[in-house]
Design a protein around this ligand. Structure first.
Ligand SMILES: [Zn+2]
Length: 180
C-alpha cells in the first residue's frame, strides 16, 4: 500500500492509542495488515515504480509533518510514534534504492513482500482508502483539539473524570466510616 496511506492510518491509530510505545507497535502491525489486503501496485517497470514512489514518499512525509505539527502538544509524541511505526516497514524501499541494502533481516523482507496483494487496476481502491483514512484522522484530531479548547465535552486524556472519581470515592469512604 502507498506510504501515504500507512502514514494516514498511523495518524488514526495515534489518535486512538494513548501511549507512544503501544501506538508505535500497533502502527507497525497496521502496516503489515494493510499490505495484506488487496491494493494498488505490481508496477509495470522500475520507471513507473519510481514515479509513484517518489511522489508518494514526499506526500507521506508532508502528511506526517502536518499531523505532527497540528496535533495538540499532549498527543504529539503518541501520534508521531504511531505514524513512524506505520511507515517503518517501508524504510527498505529508499535504502535499497540509494544504498542497495535493507535495514531489516531477510526474513522480514521475505514476509513483507510475500503478503503483498497488488494489482495495477486498483488505483480507485487506494484513493478511497486515502480519503477514508484522511477524513477519519482529521475528524479525530479535530475532536481532540476542540475538546481541549475548553468545550464541556469530556477531555481526551480523561482528566475531567479524575475529580469526579475522587469525589465519588471520598463520598463512599465517608459513608462507610459512619457508625452503622
Ligand atoms: Zn509495505
Amino acid at each position: 500500500m502507498l506510504l501515504t496511506n500507512h502514514v494516514l492510518s498511523g495518524a488514526l491509530i495515534g489518535g486512538a492509542v494513548r501511549r507512544p510505545v503501544p501506538a508505535f507497535l500497533v502502527g507497525v502491525a497496521s502496516h503489515f495488515a494493510l499490505d495484506a489486503i488487496p491494493h494498488w501496485g505490481d508496477w509495470r517497470d522500475r520507471h513507473q515504480f519510481l514515479q509513484v514512489a517518489v511522489l508518494d514518499g514526499l506526500t507521506g512525509l508532508a502528511v506526517m509533518t502536518a499531523f505532527a505539527a497540528t496535533a495538540p502538544p499532549s498527543r504529539r509524541v503518541t501520534l508521531t510514534a504511531a505514524m513512524l511505526g506505520a511507515a517503518l516497514p517501508d524504510l527498505d524501499k529508499p535504502t535499497l534504492l540509494w544504498f542497495g541494502v535493507s535495514p531489516f533481516p531477510a526474513v522480514v523482507g521475505r514476509f513483507h513482500s510475500g503478503i503483498q496483494d497488488e494489482a495495477l487496476d486498483r488505483y480507485g481502491r487506494e484513493a478511497f482508502c486515502a480519503a477514508l483514512f484522511a477524513a477519519s484522522a482529521l475528524l479525530m484530531l479535530r475532536s481532540t483539539t476542540s475538546r481541549r479548547a475548553g468545550s464541556n465535552l469530556p477531555s481526551y486524556d480523561g482528566a475531567h473524570i479524575r475529580p469526579a472519581v475522587s469525589a465519588f470515592i471520598a463520598r463512599v469512604t465517608a459513608r462507610r466510616s459512619l457508625p452503622a
